[in-house]
Design a protein around this ligand. Structure first.
Ligand code: SF4
Length: 75
């Protein structure tokens, strides 16, 4: 019998590594290079200059489990 799927983020949460990754993500928001547009604006302060028009809190259009994706993508 196969083991139940456990998302990688749950392992990160238990190891406290998730909080470090969150901190790094906020650092990227302050000089945004999170996509190929490389706007380098502080999204925590403004959306002016952000091609995506997203501030600190992104809008998620949809989500779903895709178990067929490669391991680095599905966690
Ligand atoms: S488009 Fe948005 S996510 Fe991409 S670099 Fe610009 S501000 Fe960051």
């Amino acid at each position: 019998m196969s083991q139940p799927f456990i998302p990688a983020y749950l392992k990160l949460l238990k190891s406290d590594e998730l909080s470090l990754l969150v901190e790094q993500a906020y650092q990227h928001l302050e000089d945004c290079d999170l996509c190929a547009r490389f706007c380098h604006i502080n999204r925590r302060l403004t959306i002016k200059g952000a091609v995506c028009h997203m501030g600190e809190h992104a809008t998620i259009n949809s989500f779903g489990a895709h178990y067929g994706e490669e391991d680095p993508l599905r966690g």
